[in-house]
Design a protein around this ligand. Structure first.
Ligand SMILES: NC(=O)c1ccc[n+]([C@@H]2O[C@H](COP(=O)([O-])OP(=O)(O)OC[C@H]3O[C@@H](n4cnc5c(N)ncnc54)[C@H](OP(=O)(O)O)[C@@H]3O)[C@@H](O)[C@H]2O)c1
Length: 334
């Protein structure tokens, strides 16, 4: 498959848009590009690879002749269309959670479990954005110092909730600066001047949100550690782009923070920024536009002799979504 024919489902959204830019940046060779979205967007023109391409409405027969489908729409849409795409011979790389938990669908972060791609049967899932940056940091540490328990608290950007949530923060900024009433449509409460401990929906069975549940279940699947104890609290913050995570790790024995620093410095896709004396640590503004996951504030957990605490920041639209999908496609083409 030297120059695949490619379709992007959800090309008008936050992830779909980023995906097109990353395909261009990485000179991903394609012989045909089809852009798909809902009926609402049919006819919209989008620039990609030097051409202006008209968006078509996604339909069951949209995939004739297509080799690779990047799916950047919601879960219900991906559940519906992916079997048609596979039937017509395409491989679907899906950003939604529609297929992630199926036993015969690999859930892949190429730096961590790229070998799992080989077992695919037409669909390959990309993990949730907050999971990708977490496993990028956890997995290399775990290979050197087996981790016994993980606690993660996230500070997630509004772009993680899609293009309309970004628009909502922008509008609230304007309305509140003018002392005018503002609207809440995309997020459960006003996000400007606020933080919201509700990312996705609450689960009746355990009080966690589905985002928190996903972080635990997906991390175990990617790391092939089905029993690793993980508890997450996911919080939306008024940041446009870049998720941050405070992560507590527990080991069987005390681990030197310098050893963690060294493991991470040697890991592909990770950059360690950790010098408190010069106020050097990762922030969302710093990670915007980068594919690397940044890690800092690495220290002993003062509440646990076998614990380490660290701060992990990633661009949710790049490594957390589009870049990861393109890396999977590069693997398939290779
Ligand atoms: N944002 C992130 O950081 C992030 C990270 C990881 C994973 N994800 C996942 O990636 C997916 C896309 O997220 P997003 O943030 O890009 O959302 P978004 O900005 O809301 O975009 C959604 C896209 O899906 C399209 N769509 C909606 N209904 C459709 C239908 N019936 N048929 C075809 N296309 C349809 C939309 O097209 P219209 O413009 O026509 O409505 C739009 O292009 C979601 O599953 C999300 O959970 C997002």
């Amino acid at each position: 498959m030297s120059e695949p024919r490619v379709a992007v489902v959800g090309a008008t959204g936050a992830v779909g848009n980023q995906l097109l830019r990353i395909l261009e940046e990485r000179n991903f060779a394609i012989s045909d590009l089809r852009l798909l979205a809902s009926k609402r967007s049919a006819g919209i023109e989008i620039e990609a690879f030097g051409d202006v391409i008209s968006v078509s409405e996604l339909q069951e027969d949209s995939f004739e002749g297509i080799d690779i489908v990047f799916s950047a729409a919601g879960t219900d849409v991906a559940r519906w269309f992916a079997p048609y795409a596979v039937k017509s011979g395409a491989t679907v790389i899906d950003k939604s959670s529609a297929w992630r938990y199926e036993d015969d669908v690999p859930l892949v972060v190429p730096e961590i479990n790229g070998q799992d791609i080989e077992s695919h049967k037409g669909i390959i899932s990309c993990p949730n954005c907050s999971t990708i940056q977490l496993v990028m940091a956890l997995s290399p540490i775990h290979l050197r110092h087996p981790i016994r328990r993980v606690i993660a608290s996230t500070y997630q950007a509004v772009s993680g909730a899609g293009a309309l949530a970004m628009k909502e923060l922008r509008q609230q900024t304007i309305d509140i600066a003018r002392d005018e009433a503002t609207e809440i449509n995309e997020l459960p409460q006003q996000i400007l001047h606020n933080v919201i401990p509700e990312v996705e929906t609450f689960r009746e069975e355990d009080g966690y949100t589905s985002e928190e549940w996903k972080m635990a279940v997906e991390t175990r699947k990617i790391m092939h550690e089905p029993n690793l104890p993980i508890s997450a609290t996911c919080v939306r913050v008024p940041v446009y782009r870049g998720h941050s995570e405070a992560v507590n790790l527990e080991f069987d024995h005390p681990v030197d923070p310098n050893s963690i620093r060294q493991v991470l410095q040697e890991s592909p896709g990770i950059v360690v920024l950790d010098d408190p004396a010069t106020h050097t640590y990762p922030t969302p503004l710093m990670v915007e536009g980068k594919d690397e996951v940044l890690v800092g504030r690495i220290r002993r957990d003062s509440s646990n002799p076998n614990g380490i605490v660290m701060w992990v920041v990633g661009d949710n639209l790049r490594k957390g979504a589009a870049t990861n999908a393109v890396q999977i496609a590069e693997n398939i083409v290779r």
